[in-house]
Design a protein around this ligand. Structure first.
Ligand code: PMP
Length: 434
């Protein structure tokens, strides 16, 4: 009969939307699985294994069990009012300009969705978007899904001559190369400072160069600043939106996950001019609508506390980078001891290390074009129990073969975790010398 027939009928037409072509491979799936299977210590994926601050979890508990049961219901689509209000107050301070919480701020499901809204709302079929390499890997597929064409420009390493360890500041844009990527087809540039994976904190001079090109070519800037509080050695995070001519063309992307060490809450935001944010609201309204009310309420309270303690020693935004800087220094030392060459990050909780000294330890895989950093990372997790991420995963297909001598570690970890990593590295060192 017709019914039984149609129940069995398999679809034969292609089901995948064309826009997904070429973006269906994702390295996280493979490396997260490898880490789960083999690692004793996982310094791969970028999230803390320590708890968020007490004031934040207490705020969540209060929101959950306090008298206001409406916190279990929908809230305003573009951001829970207490959260957009305090974010506006906070960013007024940081940017030195008046902000309207209703039109200059929008809350998203993590910085991830903030980025997705930016590309969907601002990038058209055929538009070019400049991405600085190495980059947080989702920028490329997100530009493509919006119909845009990513145009890549690499940070180029300039090793210091004195034999000292390299710093993320030694990775720089070539000004002429950067300028050559801008044309009338360029719609936007993605800036990520402090940068994942290198930890580079762009200097005022470097940002000035980018800003000048944006103004000259009338280009937008999507400024991913999720690591804005994680800067070390007294360095300052400069916000490109505060440079001449940039407010009007910049969307700032932020993350409570990174800011308050609570990545699972998935609360993020955008800050920018209404003429840009109005279009992001259209995407958000018609896709996600809003993120959990109760998480937004707790993050709002976290920001209220931080606003009160701004710049004071008790502020989490002051304390967290201090703690992380010590963890960074510890991991730098442990990696250097075993013969890797860590690149000292100026910011973020990532650290990239040069592994070119280990080529003879890692077996060649016959008939494979797998890059050395992939092979090394797999070998290290299987043989040493230490998980990291190959750096070439943060490069475009065209450039990844130039950067296969590095891997990325995350040091937002409990001291016990870092101690376990350092023990592995010590043992490894002894094996090498014996
Ligand atoms: N941007 C960068 C540079 C990141 O590293 C991450 C998280 N790894 C995100 C955005 C996404 O942040 P969220 O967890 O808030 O979605």
């Amino acid at each position: 009969t017709f019914l039984s027939h149609s129940l069995q009928a398999k679809m034969s037409r292609p089901v995948q939307a064309q826009r997904l072509e070429g973006i269906d491979k994702n390295i996280w799936v493979e490396f997260v699985k490898l880490a789960a299977t083999y690692s004793k210590v996982n310094l791969g994926q970028g999230f803390p294994d320590f708890p968020p601050p007490d004031f934040l979890t207490e705020a969540l508990t209060r929101a959950l069990s306090g008298g206001n049961h409406m916190l279990h219901q929908y809230t305003r689509a573009f951001g829970h009012p207490p959260l957009v209000k305090v974010l506006a107050q906070f960013f007024e301070k940081l940017l030195g300009r008046d902000l309207d919480p209703m039109t200059n701020v929008m809350v998203t499901v993590g910085a991830y969705q903030a980025l997705f809204c930016c590309f969907q709302a601002l990038v058209d079929e055929g538009d070019e978007v400049i991405i600085i390499e190495p980059f947080f890997d989702c920028y490329e597929p997100m530009v493509k899904m919006a119909g845009g064409t990513p145009v890549f420009v690499p940070l180029r390493p300039n090793p210091p001559k004195d034999g000292k360890l390299m710093s993320s500041a030694d990775w720089q844009l070539d000004p002429a190369e950067l300028a050559s990527k801008f044309s009338e087809r360029t719609k936007a540039i993605v800036l990520n400072s402090p940068n994942n994976p290198l930890g580079k904190v762009f200097s005022r001079g470097e940002l000035g160069l980018i800003a000048e090109l944006c103004v000259k070519h009338d280009v937008l800037c999507i400024s991913d600043e999720v690591y804005e509080w994680l800067v070390y050695d007294g360095k300052q995070h400069v916000r490109i939106a505060s440079l001449q001519g940039m407010w009007d063309r910049t969307v700032i992307v932020g993350s409570a996950g990174k800011t308050f060490s609570a990545t699972g809450w998935k609360v993020g935001w955008v800050v920018g001019p209404n003429r840009l944010l109005q279009h992001l609201r259209t995407v958000h309204q018609n896709s996600v609508y809003h993120c959990a009310t109760i998480a937004q309420e707790a993050v709002a309270q976290g920001f209220q506390r931080e606003l009160m303690l701004y710049g004071k020693p008790e502020s989490y935004f002051v304390q967290l980078p201090k703690e992380l800087q010590q963890k960074r220094d510890w991991l730098v030392q442990s990696l250097a001891d075993v013969g890797m060459k860590p690149i000292i990050p100026e910011g973020t909780y990532f650290l990239v290390a040069d592994i070119s000294q280990f080529k003879s330890d890692v077996p060649d895989v016959p008939n494979s074009d797998e890059p050395y950093d992939y092979r090394f990372t797999k070998w290290m997790v299987k043989n040493k129990g230490l998980a990291a991420i190959p750096l070439s995963a943060f490069y475009s297909e065209a450039h990844k073969n130039n950067y296969t001598n590095f891997i990325r570690f995350c040091f937002a970890k409990e001291d016990a975790t870092l101690k376990a990593a350092s023990d592995i590295l010590q043992k490894w060192k002894q094996e090498k010398t014996s």
